[in-house]
Design a protein around this ligand. Structure first.
Ligand code: 13P
Length: 247
């Protein structure tokens, strides 16, 4: 059995005091977790959380990375900079970045390349909007998003993680059913299989209103290898219940 990954995406939430109590509570409760656990924190808090997690099994993640290695890109953070803070995962192509920061499939693919070059595992987010689902275009949309990443990264694609995050399920309390999620995960797995013989080792996470109540049934699906958790990752008891469900 593959070890599952439960990653919290704090988004733009937290402050030094709240982060400390949240991380301490997660560390106190996660014990010898059966899955890999990570928190993807806002960039200014990487050093703080790096120190809090030192010597523990909690992994550190970031929420975005520049596609460029260095230079005149005001406000951007490079993969090498993330690496210096012990970052192991970086979320790339989250729908909020695609929507509010106009990140194209091509830019997302370049960001994946930059992360891989620094030895950081990109968690590549794909997902359809409600309108796209209702038009029956879900598979076509996620395949298009993934195809750009495969095209740019070739055989290195086996080193990524993927998160299927239906846009209509993010922060809405409306979760994809386990069957709906599994169907899309299977599409993505098949696409990865056509690109690499190591597709089975790529972790495909589900994200979108995942919580303590629905985690067990989602994580029971054959192609759901973990979760990318937004709101519920900000509350230690909820996050810990999801961690406990991932075995
Ligand atoms: P919620 O869990 O708050 O729906 O957010 C999901 C998400 O966007 C994780 O990246």
């Amino acid at each position: 059995m593959k070890r599952k990954l439960i990653a919290g995406n704090w988004k733009m939430n937290g402050n030094a005091a709240a982060n400390e109590s949240l991380v301490r509570a997660v560390l106190a409760g996660m014990g010898d977790a059966a899955c890999t656990v990570a928190v993807c924190v806002p960039a200014p808090y990487l050093a703080q959380v790096q120190a809090l997690r030192a010597g523990t099994a909690l992994e550190l993640g970031a929420q975005d990375v520049s596609e460029h290695a260095q230079g005149a890109y005001t406000g951007e953070v490079s993969a090498d900079m993330l690496r210096e803070f012990g970052v192991r995962y970086v979320i790339v192509g989250h729908s909020e970045r695609r929507q509010y920061h106009a990140e194209s499939d091509a830019v997302v693919a370049e960001k994946v390349k930059a992360a891989l070059a620094a030895g950081i595992t990109p968690i590549v987010c794909v997902g359809e909007t409600l309108a796209q689902r209702e038009e029956g275009r879900t598979s076509a949309i996620v395949k298009r998003q993934m195809a750009a990443v495969i095209h740019t990264n070739g055989h290195c694609i086996s080193e990524i993680a993927v998160a299927y995050e239906p846009v209509w399920a993010i922060g809405t309390g409306r979760t994809a059913t386990p069957e709906q999620a599994q169907e899309v995960h299977a599409v993505l797995r098949a696409q990865l299989k056509a690109a690499t013989e190591h597709a089975d080792r790529v972790l495909i996470l589900y994200g979108g209103s995942m919580n303590a109540a629905n985690a067990v049934s989602l994580l029971a699906q054959p192609d759901i290898d973990g979760g990318l958790i937004g709101g519920a990752s900000l509350k230690a008891p909820d996050f810990l219940q999801i961690i406990a469900a991932a075995r």
